[in-house]
Design a protein around this ligand. Structure first.
Ligand code: PLP
Length: 424
């Protein structure tokens, strides 16, 4: 079989398996939008079944902070694989202890006690249960447009009705308020076990709240006794140009959730880290109330420890700030050229959102980007927004390449859709 026949056979096999055994409607949508088959990846790039390289500006929705297969993380995992892959759970695990200590060193203030899970939504479930057990209260407050995951608790506090409606009844006692609105929060916070907010809403469409919002949430939680859960699953670990987005306002939440970039994109891992007073109020006398068989396994902890070292040693938060500024500035220039297509460009660090005037435009722009060797993705709770979320190791030339592709893709989309570009 020739190389190109083998590539076509791999595509056909994979598409048909998705269509018949994975998710038939999703398979068809991915096919229509020209989605290839991923075969390998390194650094900032994914390689498809035809050997074509793509700059990954979807970035695994924030997972690939260190790019794909960072050598220091891969080496740590390889070494651990030969020693002990999963924990027997009946004995102390040195790597789990070391990772918890390292997170306590790096996270703000007196955040200290960690629970490890395998995904973001599990980290959120753990944080919600912690808040109920610590306060003896039931109610949660979330924000419109929020995304915290798709298990029942996380979904209950998330803010997109389309994802929630088919699964009701969800948790009963949940109030949702507009993101960024402290007055609305003050109106519902009484008797709440917890307020959960993303410092910057990722899946809600890259929404940046007014300055001082997190400090305001902190003050309202202090006054009412609600646990402040900062969901940094997407914003944390350098993504927003600081180690944690809470650091930008100098705010210490009671509980912080992490996942996505925690292992630098090599192993699945999620975590929450809590202030001792909150954790002790919940579990001081009941250490096994919330557990996970695979959470904090040695392979994931080895990956996370190495990834945190790379994040700090290479000061990737600084690169996120500098490259993020270039990305936002470049995308804003494109928005000025195409005001009929792009309504807004916003973001912090390397979490950028391009808001289109019409939800339909993305269906052309994203495939056109793909043709030009750049991946991008919609945000889950706001399909008018295309996210640009490359690995934090991205360099200036790669940002420029992606911006050129975006410029062309918007131009092609507008031509096709019959909307005129600004003549300047
Ligand atoms: N919290 C936030 C802020 C997220 O962005 C996500 C995923 O996008 C989650 C939680 C859920 O993470 P996971 O998909 O790993 O369950």
């Amino acid at each position: 079989m020739t190389d190109s026949a083998a590539a076509q056979a791999l595509y056909t096999e994979t598409y048909e398996n998705y269509r018949d055994y994975v998710n038939p409607p999703l398979a068809r949508v991915m096919k229509l939008s020209g989605s290839p088959v991923e075969v390998s990846a390194d650094g900032v790039s994914i390689v498809d079944h035809n050997g074509k390289r793509y700059l990954d500006f979807a970035g695994g929705y924030g997972v690939f902070t260190l790019g794909y297969g960072h050598p220091r993380v891969v080496a740590a995992v390889r070494e651990q694989l030969d020693v002990m892959a999963l924990s027997g759970r009946t004995m102390f695990s040195p790597l789990l202890g070391r990772l918890a200590k390292r997170l306590a060193e790096l996270t703000p203030g007196d955040l200290q006690i960690s629970f490890f899970a395998n995904s973001g939504t599990e980290a959120v479930e753990g944080a919600l249960k912690l808040a109920r057990a610590a306060t003896g209260r039931a109610k949660f407050v979330g924000t419109h447009g929020a995304f915290h995951g798709k298990t029942f608790g996380a979904l209950s506090v998330s803010g997109r009705e389309a994802f929630r409606a088919p699964f009701g009844p969800l948790l009963a006692d949940v109030a949702h308020v507009p993101f960024g609105d402290l007055g609305a929060l003050a109106g519902v916070i009484d008797d709440a076990a917890a307020v959960i907010v993303e410092p910057i809403q990722g899946e809600g469409g890259v929404n940046v709240p007014p300055a001082g919002y997190l400090r305001g949430v902190r003050a309202l939680c202090d006054r009412s006794g609600a646990v402040f859960i900062a969901d940094e699953v997407q914003t944390g670990l350098g993504r927003c140009g600081a180690l944690f987005a809470c650091d930008i306002e100098g705010v210490v939440p009671d509980v912080m959730t992490l996942a996505k970039g925690l292992s630098g994109g090599v192993m699945p891992i999620g975590a929450y880290i809590a202030r001792p007073a909150v954790w002790n109020a919940a579990y001081a006398k009941a250490p096994l109330l919330h557990t996970s068989t695979f959470g904090g396994n040695p392979l994931a902890c080895a990956a996370a420890l190495a990834a945190l070292d790379v994040l700090v040693d290479d000061d990737l938060a600084a690169n996120a700030r500098e490259r993020g500024a270039e990305l936002l500035e470049g995308a804003r220039a494109i928005a000025r050229r195409y005001p009929d297509a792009i309504a807004d460009v916003r973001g912090v660090g390397l979490l950028a959102g391009v808001e289109l005037r019409n939800e339909g435009y993305g269906g052309t722009i994203i495939p056109e980007l793909l043709k030009r060797g750049v991946t991008a993705a919609w945000t889950l709770n706001q399909q008018r927004v295309i996210r640009l979320e490359p690995p934090l190791i991205v360099n200036a030339a790669q940002i420029a390449t992606a911006l050129r592709a975006l410029d062309e893709a918007v131009g092609v989309a507008l031509d096709r859709l019959g909307v005129l570009a600004c003549p300047t």
